[in-house]
Design a protein around this ligand. Structure first.
Ligand SMILES: [Zn+2]
Length: 172
């Protein structure tokens, strides 16, 4: 089980994460550096599969009408679908969650703050008429894109009175 920590401070903007302790090892430092914001391998795989199936999209942009600090990894503008390719570690995938042993209490707060921020991002997107869609980095790209296409079809059907369309609107 997870180590018990004090309930972290919560503010309207989210959980307050204390400053990061020094990396416990060179490997831990690499983990921190690996928190790249865009163009991760899983992201590229999902984008390639979307492209192969004829979809066109924007990459690493803020869905119009939402908080400019919150970028989505893939934005299908016409259908208003915002896709996030979530890394298993940083976004606490239930299959692969493992907290580092060193600085465990800090990591618990840090990862909880990311989960909470994700939830707030999704709520804000929904409120602005977007569909937030999260896929895990461990998902096979074809399965992830199947889910994205199902969402696109559902939204297209809803907007067009049940008539599905091929591909998202607003392609470039
Ligand atoms: Zn995972």
């Amino acid at each position: 089980m997870l180590a018990r920590v004090e309930e972290p401070a919560r503010t309207p903007r989210g959980i307050v994460v204390p400053p990061a302790p020094p990396a416990s090892s060179p490997a831990a430092a690499r983990t921190m550096r690996a928190n790249r914001r865009r163009d991760t391998a899983p992201e590229l795989a999902v984008r390639r599969e979307l492209w192969r199936r004829g979809h066109r999209y924007l990459v690493d942009v803020t869905p119009p009408g939402t908080d400019r600090r919150r970028r989505a990894d893939v934005v299908l503008r016409g259908a208003r679908v915002a896709v996030f390719v979530d890394g298993c570690f940083w976004h606490s995938c239930p299959q692969h969650l493992h907290l580092p042993k060193a600085n465990r209490a800090w990591w618990e707060v840090k990862l909880a703050s990311i989960t909470e921020r994700d939830a707030r991002t999704d709520t804000a997107l929904s409120a602005a008429g977007w569909l937030p869609l999260r896929v895990w980095e461990h998902e096979p790209p074809a399965a992830a894109v199947d889910r994205i296409e199902a969402a696109l079809a559902a939204r297209a059907g809803r907007r067009r009175g049940g008539r599905p369309v091929a591909g998202p609107a607003g392609e470039r």
